[in-house]
Design a protein around this ligand. Sequence first.
Ligand code: TXA
Ligand code: MG
Length: 328
Amino acid sequence: MVRVTATSDDIEKAADVLRAGGLVALPTETVYGLAANAEDPVAVSRIFQAKGRPPSHPLIVHIAAAEHLDDWVEAVPPAARLLAEHFWPGPLTLVLRRGPRVPLEATGGLEMVAVRVPDHPVARELLRAFGGGVTAPSANRFGSVSPTTASDVRAELGDAVDCVLDGGPCEVGVESTIVDATADTPTILRPGGVTREDLEAVLGYPLTVPSTSGVRVPGQHPSHYAPRARVVLVAPEEVVAESAAAQERGHRVGVFLPPSFAGAPVRAHAVVALPASMAAYARGLYGYLRELDQQGCDLIVASLPPQEGLGLAIANRLRRAAGPRSTV
Ligand code: TXA
Ligand code: MG
């Protein structure tokens, strides 16, 4: 169950903040978002200032229900319609041709717009109370770890946000899967909360996933989702030895200990014993990175999980956290 502490009154007030051109941090099932009225270019530009994000990076428009999709985009190919009907509300974002309601400020100047229907009671009630759509990137400073609790948002953005709605910890924990649905055959731009296998089961054919390097979509460059500590990726069976060696060299090491090594003696400043379930790992991932930062670690030793199911999104975020310094 989602632990929601935002009241209906809080949500009404947040809708007023949106109408006045302000910024609202809202819980979604994936991560917390920093929302502004999608149709107000000045409000949208405040998001970029608050995050320290370059204005060329496109934002996701969040809407209350799948039946509103046609109000925001020009054309919906059959595969996009199928995915929207099947996965919304939920952690899937569809990139489609921009309709006239979407200002270019929200798309970073692109003729395509990313749209999703979040699956969180507070986000949905806010969207219903507000009556329009909101653009909402993850509510973190540009390049850093996405927030999965209301207190993470306050730590990241402080006074830069007019109102924070607390919807408890996010259930999914990694961002939505982004699918380019403009062509007849969709392609995955960013792996996320809806797995590739689930998409393929609904579409009935295999999908391509971009390799981590060389992707040109803004927000997909390396060294994103990064904690302060440097992240080093090694093979699972090297995690324990690498941690000991780095600690020996004088680092304050935080370790992501794979479940197959649970209970092994580890030489490190802080140890995160990873859960065996990929859903639990995804839910905890950003919290673990924040926790190791808070414990003063300067180096995080981790390995990539098997790249199937949610493991694909987790591996993508770990690679980006490691940035160009990755050893894998
Ligand atoms: O789960 C999520 O998707 C969260 C929650 C808050 O909904 N939002 C999120 O937003 O992750 P953000 O801004 O951190 O990442 C959105 C990414 C952009 O970095 C960009 O890569 C992609 O979506 N994107 C947005 N519009 C696009 C477009 N028109 N074409 C291609 N990619 C686009
Ligand atoms: Mg983000």
